[in-house]
Design a protein around this ligand. Structure first.
Ligand code: SF4
Length: 366
């Protein structure tokens, strides 16, 4: 049975109205939209024609796809991977071989300028693209053809957004980000992280369906709603950073009490993403919440600039943490502590729904 509008599919799949509206409200929260935006999202997502998506995989580990598939919230996986028109996805589709490649060619031909290309993985350019070929064509050839005719291209994960691990020194395959491999691509949006958070990808598509445009972006073409703040600014352990309470060794008393992981190599001060707010696995937890430092996976030049993972950051943009962390952290105790209370971030984000965050940015795409 085929459907054209989500409202039909929700009913068919037995997703209740209550669950659907709850999902739309959570999307509004992720996007930082004002209270009431959930209803507008619901109306748009239910009634607008579904966007046509093509998901390409190049030099990757399929971790972003896995992240989506592991989403336990029923509506997230259903809405994005199933209910929205995902016309081509090498890992998920039933078709194989020439049948699959024909489906891709037909989708591109019939929907030129209308579909959205999602790309996972970097694009190897060494040896004339021989390091990654699909159906006898190189990843570079496919990327240029598919992304070149797309209405927008979403680089999913750090490998697609910035080159990621394949592009780490010495980059033996000549791996490039999608933006570097296809420089004239229209409306490029980088959803970095290793993997990209399924909630953020979902929210991006929902934003487009609701407002018919793409959200404001930062200097690296990442949506501000997901990458507008440093992890350090929203971290639940920030109060301990400000109080000068640091973990000094794995399993020590400070570690058991949830103190700051900066001295254990945390890259949160140099990394922008909404991990502390959205978390992972439908908000269950996130790496720092589990006692592991942030490894900075959403930033350009990850891996080279973020390793060794367990060595203390020497510098943070604008100031040197290495020099001031102890005295300044201690000096600020009691000042920032009141503003960033441990474990209060989740509640703060819920309140943001009512504050609104429709601030526009000059880097907004068409
Ligand atoms: S754990 Fe990392 S992100 Fe959190 S306060 Fe400490 S340094 Fe900042």
């Amino acid at each position: 049975m085929s459907y054209h509008r989500l409202s039909d599919e929700l009913e068919y799949r037995g997703i209740s109205r209550r669950d659907f509206l709850g999902f739309c409200a959570s999307m509004a929260a992720v996007l930082g939209l004002p209270e009431g935006a959930g209803r507008a999202i619901a109306a748009a997502v239910e009634n607008e024609p579904k966007p046509i998506l093509i998901w390409l995989e190049f030099q990757d580990c399929a971790g972003n796809t896995e992240s989506f598939l592991r989403a336990s919230h029923p509506t997230v996986a259903d809405l994005i991977l199933d209910s929205i028109s995902l016309n081509y996805h090498e890992t998920l589709m039933a078709a194989a071989g020439s049948q699959a490649e024909d489906a891709l060619a037909q989708t591109v031909r019939d929907n030129a300028g209308k579909y959205i290309a999602l790309v996972e993985g970097s694009v190897p350019t060494g040896a004339n693209g021989a390091y990654c070929t699909i159906g006898g064509r190189s990843a570079l050839h496919i990327a240029r053809e598919v992304c070149g005719a797309a209405a927008a291209t979403i680089a999913v994960g750090t490998c697609a957004a910035f080159g990621g691990i394949p592009a780490a020194r010495p980059n033996p395959t000549g791996a490039l980000s999608v933006g570097d491999a296809v420089p004239d691509v229209k409306n490029l949006i980088n959803m970095s992280a290793c993997p990209a958070n399924a909630e953020n990808i979902t929210a991006l598509i929902v934003y487009y369906m609701t407002l018919k445009r793409w959200p404001p972006l930062d200097q690296y073409r990442r949506p501000l709603f997901a990458y507008g703040k440093a992890i350090h600014d929203n971290c639940e352990r920030r109060a301990h950073f400000d109080a000068g309470q640091y973990v000094e060794a794995w399993g020590d008393e400070a570690h058991r009490h949830g103190h700051c992981l900066y001295k254990m190599g945390c890259k949160g001060p140099a990394t922008s993403q909404n991990c502390p707010v959205v978390r992972w696995n439908e908000g269950t937890n996130w790496p720092i919440g589990c006692g592991h430092p942030c490894i900075g996976c959403a930033e350009p030049n990850f891996w080279d600039t973020m390793t060794p993972f367990y060595r203390r950051l020497p510098d943070v943009a604008g100031f040197s943490v290495g020099e001031w962390v102890d005295p300044v952290g201690l000096g600020l105790a009691g000042v920032t502590t009141a503003a960033v209370v441990a474990h209060g971030v989740g509640m703060a984000v819920r309140r943001r729904v009512g504050e609104g965050a429709s601030k526009e940015d000059e880097s907004e795409v068409e």
